[in-house]
Design a protein around this ligand. Sequence first.
Ligand SMILES: Nc1ncnc2c1ncn2[C@@H]1O[C@H](COP(=O)(O)OP(=O)(O)O)[C@@H](O)[C@H]1O
Ligand SMILES: [Mg+2]
Length: 361
Amino acid sequence: MARGSTVAVPGGFGTGKTMLLQQIAKWCDADVIVYVGCGERGNEMADVITELSELRDPRTGGRLADRTVTIANTSNMPMMAREASVHTGMTVAEYFRDMGLDVVVIADSTSRWAEALREFASRTGALPAEEGYPAGLASAIAAFYERAAAVTTLGGDRGSVTVIGAVSPPGGDLTEPVTAHTERFVRCLWTLDRDLAYARHYPAVSWAGSFSRDVPVLAAGHRAAGDPQWSRHRDRVGAALAEADRLADLVDLIGIAALPARERVSVLAGRLVREGVLQQSALSERDAYCGPEKTAALADAVLAVVDRCRELVDSGVPATSVEDVDFGPLLRAREDTGPHDAAGVAARRDAVLAGLGEVRP
Ligand SMILES: Nc1ncnc2c1ncn2[C@@H]1O[C@H](COP(=O)(O)OP(=O)(O)O)[C@@H](O)[C@H]1O
Ligand SMILES: [Mg+2]
C-alpha cells in the first residue's frame, strides 16, 4: 500500500489481525501513528501501550510512544463513545497531516465500530436494514475511509493520512455487510485466511483473496528508487503461487509422484515462495522487519533458484534429484540475515545454486 491509501484487513477470530496491525504500528514508514483500539479486549490495548513505550524508535532513537497517539475504547467501555473513537482518531491524524507529516491511522476493529452504529440505530428507533445495521452503513464506512489522502498543505508541505482497518466478521463470514461494504471503498484488501493461520503461516494474508490497487504507483516508486524489477518480480511470484494452488488439488487427488517433472518444480516453487518470501515471523528480531532491498533480494533469490530447477529438469534431470537438494539456506535466509542484508540473502541464494550445480542427470 502507498501513503494516503486505505487497506482493510478482514479475518476471523485468531487469524492474526491484531498482531499484523501492531507490527505495522511498529515498523511502518510514517511520522505519526494513531492507534484506535475500538471495542477489542482491554489487555490487547494494554499490550500495545506497553510495547510501544518499550520499543526504541529506529528513526529518532527515542521511544516509539513519543510519536504515537492511542485512542482507547475497549470492549468494557461505553458503546456510544465507540461511534466517535474512529472519527476522533481520524481528526487527530488530519491535524498532524496538515503540519506536513505522514500519518497512519490503525483501527482495530472497524466491525466493533459498525456494531456500535447498529446499537445506536436500534436504540433511536431507526429502521433496520441488512442484518440489523442502519441503512446508512455503507455511507458511514465510505465516509470513514474517504478521509485518507495524500495532500499538499496550505503551507506547501506534503502530508498524508493512511488508513488501515481490521474487520472481524462474525464466524469468519466474508459476505456479511460490514466486510462486503468495506471491500467496495478500500484501495487494498489483505484477507487473512484461517487455513494459513492454522498452518502457522504468518502473516496469514491470502494471496488469492487479497488485492491492491496501488500496484502501478508502487511500481513507479520502486523504479524511481532503483528497483526496476519490482513489477516483474511481483508478477512472477503471483504466477508461481497461482500455479502451485492449481496443482495442489491435483496432488491431493493423484499424488505428487504422478506429476510430470516440470509441474513438480511448480509445486516446489510455490513452497519456496510461501516459506522463503511470504512468511514473516513477528516474534523474530531479524525477521519482524524486512527492508525493501531485502524483500527484493528474497524474491530474486527464490525466482533464480526456481529458474535453475526448471533448467535442470528440462535437461533430463529427474525431479526427485532436484527436490532432494538442500533449500534450507534459502528458506532460512529471512531469519538468518538482518533486516537490510540483501547481500546476505544473495550469498545464500548462491549457496543453493551451487548445490543445484552438483546435481547430475
Ligand atoms: N505474524 C505473526 N507471527 C507470529 N505469530 C503470529 C503472527 N500473527 C498472529 N500470530 C499468532 O496468532 C495469535 C492470534 O493473533 P491475533 O492477532 O490476536 O488474532 P485476531 O486479532 O485476528 O483475533 C497470536 O497470539 C500469535 O500467537
Ligand atoms: Mg484481535
